[in-house]
Design a protein around this ligand. Sequence first.
Ligand code: PHE
Length: 512
Amino acid sequence: MGDEKIELLKPKGPAKWNKRSAFILAAIGSAVGLGNVWRFPFVCYENGGGAFLIPYLVAIVTAGIPLMILEFSLGHKMASGAPISFGKAHRKSEWVGWVMVIVGFIITVYYAVIMSWCFNYVFQAVNSLGWGDSPGEFFNQTLLQITDGPGSIGGLSWPLVIGLVLTWGAIYFAIRKGARSVGKVVLLTVPLPWLLLVVMSIRGATLEGSAAGLNYFLNPDWSALLDPGVWLSAYGQVFFSFSLAFGVMITYASYLPRKADINNNAVIISLSDAATSFLAGLTVFATLGFLAQSGHQSVGEVMTAGPGLVFAVYPTIFNQMPFWPGFFAAIFFIMLLLLGIDSAFSLVEAKAEAWITKLGLRRKPTLLVICTIAMLMGLFFATGSGLYWLDIVDNFLNKFGLILGGLFECIVLGWLYGSKKLREYANKQSEIRIGRWWDFLIKYFTPLILIVTFGLDLYRTISEGYGGYPDWAVFVGGWCVVALIFILSFLFSRIRTRKREAADLEGGEADA
Ligand code: PHE
């Protein structure tokens, strides 16, 4: 038997990144997303404006960067997706990885719906600002066909359904060959939206009245710092924005070649994401200042709280732009789309990888099934009550699902497996070295903050509910969803892991 034959039979493992830059771009692509431009500004607004920046920075330093290093070293060392990596680290902890994968799955379901909003806005922008004179009405009535509460489901919005199909088509296309196709797609979807964001920020800063908006963004309201909910939101936002505690970074790191830097990459990726949020904040608030001035209102008044912010408020701004409104509107929403797509496919990739390895499935059919199921589930958020449910689910998943995921991650890896082992592993691989302070953050500091803020906010949510929604809606969309995630995770972790051959040969096939 010749060498060639042996080569063919030998499992090759999942495809790897072909260059270091492919990994960095893909990880930045995953981190930088709607979370920076759509979520960050409204979370910031709801949590005391400028005051939010302080807990946010603290969360970046104490949790964001350290956990990024943690996830990279785990994924790289174990060379597997999240559940199996956790299982290898500690036999009984595979479920922690499944919690991450399932939270990620639900987030992708509504994330794709928001991308579908973007598709519609790009279309309206080139259709000579088709949202007309009152964008708020366009968003709520025409596009979402919003009902009067989560109890009345309403009908499907067809433009949203079409947008959803396009979004899922694009996601499937980008990841069908794993690291190989992702590595190519991100060459476009990462740098381009950045460029567009810079253009938009210059445009925003040069609009009249921008200073008032910036003031609002940068001026702290110190009393907000005493509110544990603000801290919890800050940690939640960092997890969401850095794509941490979703299994994404673990999976992506597992596609790295054996010799690869960990610490340096983690710092580069984290700082790029934080910088993007900051720039997006400047852009959004500067433009809101312009809007406030032209309507003789205060910045606080023109803000629409919640997930509708970028969609209900931004088009008003384009309507009033002195020149090229259609052009700027189109690049703004194209930018959102490009930002979103690589985040969305990183989430799908992380769970696809988990299933493929667990059950020894074939890559392409598995992807097709996952994409189709997620798209069908997304239809629920494309109904008249979709926005309400989206808001509830987003809030609960980020506060409770992610924070708990992050907490268990720290406990399992810091205590049960031993953060020292991972630190030594990361240092052996990397140019910059991390010291004992890292173990301290992973084992004590971050878990403590997470437990305290989680406990306080849990108490508040139980006693006050959330966002003025009826109790039953918060129960169904919030508590039940979180409970379901944990139950499913335990069940999945009990399924026996199949041999990897099938998946490996698939990975090899894609080479041809
Ligand atoms: N980080 C992405 C964003 O900011 C969202 C995301 C979360 C993507 C988790 C992947 C995993 O939009």
